[in-house]
Design a protein around this ligand. Structure first.
Ligand SMILES: [Cu+2]
Length: 114
């Protein structure tokens, strides 16, 4: 393989990565058995992320969830969405949020944006 071509491709890939916001992470928080869970299926009560990161809320239950937060840091209401669907929220301010489900009042997690 041509060495110079390889270096050029690498530089292009890096440039694309930066332009695409490669620094921001996306976390997936599932809703399973009326609980917030991580990608391994473990219960999430507290999640720390960085300013600019995104959380994708993924419904893994065979019924609707409606994830929302009334916290000052970021108020949102994702509406009802069914199994297999997800909604994404980007957090651009530091602070702590309580995240809940409008359909299942027992569901709760704390998100800390640092
Ligand atoms: Cu729910």
């Amino acid at each position: 393989m041509n060495m110079r071509l390889t270096m050029l491709s690498l530089a292009a890939a890096l440039a694309l990565g930066v332009a695409g916001g490669a620094h921001a992470a996306e976390y997936v928080v599932g809703q399973k058995n009326k609980t917030f869970v991580d990608e391994a299926g473990n219960k999430v009560e507290h999640l720390s992320i960085k300013v600019g990161d995104t959380v994708r809320f993924l419904n893994e239950d065979p019924f609707f969830h409606n994830i929302f937060s009334l916290s000052e840091v970021k108020t949102f209401d994702l509406g009802s969405f069914p199994e297999g669907d997800s909604r994404t929220v980007t957090f651009d301010k530091a602070g702590k949020l309580d995240i809940e489900c409008a359909i299942h009042p027992q569901m709760h997690m704390v998100l800390e944006v640092q």
